[in-house]
Design a protein around this ligand. Structure first.
Ligand code: UDP
Ligand code: MG
Length: 313
């Protein structure tokens, strides 16, 4: 019997655990020809999530849990999930059950047909207008600037074959953008459509600032286009300055130069200063990633796996 693991990055979701359990019981009964494993990764929750998950494990040991030593963020929680999941296939789902379980049989069917990465593509969502629009724009930007195609409206909800999981496990970077990593590893992919459900309980962990950070991280982790942009911006500014230099020389030769031109001087200095600062900032973004990555730290530490303390290697 093939084994399928579902991993849930979970942060302060105590209110969703019951729903999660009931949904997974349904998944198991509907797909009983597979062996199931549910791995809940407690990403340093500050509420009662850990206890709820422990209870779940006692009730039914197919529900496993991994307790991270602090809140590392969803990307790292998923990395930990890949490390500890044991199935022949791994499905990634949100613990708030915004991902409909009705898609799972379809994913499994495509997996049986030989697809190794069956990703679910959001058809529509009831997100706010601003969140929807900005995420559309962001995906477009990523896709245009990155050298690998980035799929629109595709999140982390997907089924990965063991080969994909093993590939991802080898990618130990700690500044992660898993979305672009799925694309990078390749393998046989298949998209299926789904409708995102709205959150039943608890509240979203993202605010505008954390989403912006995520977006900048994503951009700088999968494309070096901003660096190119800085180069182009700098060259363009130099070119303009050069042309203007000639204009000034000619003007001075023809008309002479009474002391004047304070506004132009100010505008030029400010403009060039701005260009330089933007470029420096962009270089800084990449440098900070290099800095964090060169420390070579492990991605995370754990308190326990199913209650047993394992050595952090
Ligand atoms: N999550 C996590 N660590 C974090 C933030 C979020 O593991 O630091 C989990 C969260 O519990 C949920 C999933 O990531 O299972 C998606 O988060 P959320 O539902 O808040 O995001 P949204 O659906 O609003 O984009
Ligand atoms: Mg959610």
């Amino acid at each position: 019997m093939k084994k399928v693991s579902i991993i849930f990055p979970t942060y302060n979701e105590e209110a969703s655990i019951d729903l999660l359990y009931n949904s997974m019981v349904k998944v198991m009964t509907d797909n009983s020809h597979y062996e199931w494993e549910f791995l809940i990764i407690n990403d340093g929750s500050s509420d009662n999530t850990l206890n709820a998950v422990k209870e779940l494990h006692q009730k039914d040991n197919r529900f496993c849990y991994l307790d991270l030593s602090r809140n590392y963020g969803k990307e790292i929680a998923m990395m930990a999930g890949f490390d500890y999941a044991t199935g022949d296939a791994v499905i990634i789902m949100d613990a708030d059950m915004q991902h409909p379980i009705s898609v799972i049989p379809e994913m499994l069917a495509y997996w049986e047909k030989g697809y190794q990465d069956v990703y679910a593509q959001r058809e529509s969502s009831n997100e706010q207008w601003f969140k929807k629009k900005s995420s559309q724009l962001y995906y477009k930007l990523l896709d245009e600037t990155s050298d690998i195609p980035i799929l629109k409206n595709v999140g982390d909800f997907r089924l990965l074959d063991r080969v994909c999981v093993d590939a991802l496990k080898q990618m130990r970077e700690t500044q992660r953008n898993t979305k672009s990593m799925y694309c990078w590893i390749g393998f046989r992919k298949k998209g299926i459509k789904y409708k995102q459900l709205s959150r039943k309980s608890g509240k979203t962990k993202w605010n505008f600032l954390s989403l912006l950070t995520l977006a900048i991280d994503g951009l700088t982790s999968c494309t070096t286009m901003p660096l190119r942009f800085a180069t182009i911006l700098g060259s363009l500014a130099s070119l303009l300055a050069f042309i203007y230099l000639f204009v000034i020389i000619v003007k001075t030769l023809v008309f002479g130069e009474p002391v004047q031109g304070y506004p132009t001087l100010m505008v030029t200095i400010l403009f060039l200063g701005g260009v330089q600062l933007i470029s420096l900032g962009i270089i800084g973004e990449y440098l900070s990633r290099v800095f964090k990555e060169t420390k070579g730290r492990p991605g995370y530490f754990i308190n326990s796996y199913n209650g047993t303390e394992t050595k952090n290697t």
